[in-house]
Design a protein around this ligand. Structure first.
Ligand SMILES: NC(=O)c1ccc(N[C@@H]2CC[C@@H](O)C2)nc1
Length: 253
């Protein structure tokens, strides 16, 4: 997948390009992340990228022209890159006004061939830039950050995990609880006893079917207890219903 990021702080993207699963996906050529800085597209001596808002009010906005030039250049670069004919990259703006990102949204974005992520700064961008250049607006949560770079990197990380060959254990993304719409089950590793707390016996046994059922039951029970709203959107199999009933009965004793 090819991802362009329009940002005033391209160095921030090293957090995903130089480390971990995302860094490996890039090193192995399964992911490309390129940055374009609106400041490189300014034409004035002071390289101005912000301006005052019409109607007054606190703070500054990002100027349309440098931002638009950076976006257009990123899109052209995606189309010009070697290889088979390509679709026009989807332009995505990160903001609290966007559609709330969840695993279903990540799975949708992971299917795209390319995208340009626009990371704003200051108080945001001119609405006309959004109308002219942005295809989709996404939010990683109902809170305000000082820039769109961290949301952009969160999106890159979440999408990169879904690319074929990224995760060592292929179906670990599939097994990912959120992939199934449930919260994750508890996890344990050595030592077997920590501060008098034992690892559940079933996990030490080696009976993989019992372990699968225990993990599914815990995921269902934790979802029921912590995020019942997630359960509302799920169709439970008869096995899931049985396991959740067991969990609730044990929980209620
Ligand atoms: N919840 C989010 O995904 C989110 C995205 C962006 C953001 N802040 C930027 C700074 C100025 C404007 O571009 C928006 N805050 C929160």
């Amino acid at each position: 997948m090819w991802i362009g990021v329009v940002t005033l702080f391209p160095e921030m993207l090293r957090a995903v390009t130089d480390y971990g699963v995302t860094g490996r996906a890039i090193a192995q050529g399964r992911l490309q992340v390129n940055c374009w800085n609106p400041r490189e597209f300014t034409e004035d001596r002071h390289r101005t990228v912000d301006d005052r808002p019409y109607g007054g009010g606190p703070g500054m906005l990002m100027k349309i022209d440098p931002l638009q030039k950076a976006i257009v250049t990123a899109k052209q670069s995606a189309l010009a890159r070697d290889g088979k004919t390509k679709s026009v990259p989807k332009v995505i703006y990160l903001s609290p006004q966007g559609k709330r990102l969840d695993q279903a949204g990540v799975n949708y974005l992971a299917e795209l061939e390319s995208m340009v992520l626009v990371a704003g700064r200051y108080e945001g961008v001119d609405e006309r830039l959004i109308e002219a250049e942005v295809d989709e607006e996404w939010s990683i949560g109902d809170f305000v950050l000082s820039g769109g770079e961290i949301p952009a990197m969160a999106l890159i990380d979440a999408v990169a995990r879904m690319l074929p060959g990224t995760l060592g254990h292929e179906d670990s993304a599939i097994e990912d609880s959120f992939f199934s719409g449930l919260l994750d089950c508890p996890h344990y590793t050595r030592p077997e006893v920590f501060q008098d707390r034992q690892v559940p016996d079933v996990l030490l046994g080696g009976n993989h079917e019992k372990i699968r059922q225990w993990r599914l039951k815990q995921a269902l029970g934790r979802t029921w207890g912590r995020r019942p709203d997630l359960l509302e959107h799920l169709t439970l199999t008869s096995e899931m219903k049985r396991l959740l009933d067991e969990y609730i009965r044990e929980y209620s004793v």
